[in-house]
Design a protein around this ligand. Structure first.
Ligand code: AMP
Length: 316
């Protein structure tokens, strides 16, 4: 995950909840992609503070530091080295076809594409394969990157010798949570509800959410299946989905009431996270020690992998 600010509900339902559940089944590694963050903002001054905030969010969501190391990409040098080796094994044409690159160019209205943007999935492949990752829990937007990772693993193994597994992506039940404007929820689009938002902020933001454009007046019948607020009810208020559908379709339930009911459920679902967040945020030394320890553990695995890479490549 890139440390671009505080995390939002899309991160929670598209990635974090999955990470927490997978801890019981796998040895997890959690990467703070601080170099990747430079693709959308070259100003590096906020990276350290944002990385800290993100670790606090992860801990609050339930990542267990004793089991799952958390570490910054920039602090494990082998990421850069493996990225360089992988960059020789893929064509620019293949990277130009990457659909998430096209989506970013469109959404962020980029006029030019930096090499780092084009090579984003190559660095991501290094991030995954340095830990010989087998399963990568991601949101839907990341699946094309996992495909590139598999191709690079296969190409490296065929060229030099068997080192890397071909990892599979694993999406959650909510692989693409829309933001308040209906586009993908994203920090850079300013359409998100943050994990740290207060109950008042959540209600205020929910009031601005777009709904079915055909439901203009309170009593007009609505179409829940095209309404993003209804999709939030699915996630955060599953017990009342049938009743909300009926109320919306019959015109008895107005959008404002529907939104405020949804806001209350989001507040309820995220309250324990906010509580734990406040607790960790008040213990910055403990959080920094967790990060330091995670980085030390990551370096051990990264260096083992690179020893194998050097060996099969006959380098040193
Ligand atoms: P990023 O902020 O792009 O580094 O995303 C970190 C992780 O969160 C990736 O696995 C994304 O796929 C996931 N993610 C980000 N935004 C959303 C969203 N709106 N819905 C679902 N998953 C998301």
């Amino acid at each position: 995950m890139r440390p671009t600010g505080q995390l939002h509900l899309g991160h929670l339902v598209g990635a974090l909840e999955n990470w927490v559940a997978l801890q019981d089944e796998f040895q997890n590694y959690h990467l703070i992609a601080d170099y990747h963050a430079l693709t959308t903002d070259p100003d590096s001054r906020s990276l350290e503070a944002n990385s800290f905030e993100m670790v606090v969010d992860w801990l609050a969501a339930g990542i267990d530091p004793a089991r799952s190391p958390m570490f910054r990409q920039s602090q494990v040098k082998q990421h850069s080295e493996l990225h360089l080796i992988f960059s020789m094994l893929i064509t620019t044409a293949r990277l130009e076809r990457n659909p998430s690159l096209k989506e970013q160019v469109r959404d962020l209205e980029l006029e030019t594409v930096a090499y780092g943007h084009l090579g984003y999935p190559v660095l991501q492949a290094a991030d995954i394969l340095l830990y010989r990752g087998e399963v990568v829990p991601v949101g839907e937007d990341q699946l094309p990157h996992i495909e590139i990772t598999r191709e690079l693993a296969r190409r490296f193994n065929a060229q030099y010798g068997e080192v890397f597994p071909a990892p599979e992506g694993r999406v959650t039940k909510f692989p693409r949570l829309p933001g308040l404007d209906g586009k993908k929820m994203s920090k850079s689009l300013g359409n998100s509800i943050l994990l740290s938002d207060s109950a008042e902020e959540i209600a205020k933001k929910m009031r601005t959410a777009v709904t079915d454009p055909q439901k203009v007046r309170r009593n007009d019948p609505g179409r829940p299946d095209v309404c993003l607020v209804f999709s939030y009810h699915h996630k955060f208020n599953p017990g009342e989905v049938a009743e909300i559908r009926k109320g919306c379709e019959s015109g008895q339930l107005g959008c404002v009431d529907c939104k405020l009911r949804c806001a209350a459920k989001i507040v309820e679902a995220t309250a324990p996270i906010r509580e734990r967040r406040a607790d960790y945020a008040s213990k910055p030394d403990e959080v920094r020690a967790i990060l330091r320890e995670g980085e030390a553990r990551a370096r051990v695995v990264a260096s083992e992998t690179m020893d194998r890479v050097h060996q099969v490549m006959h380098l040193g």
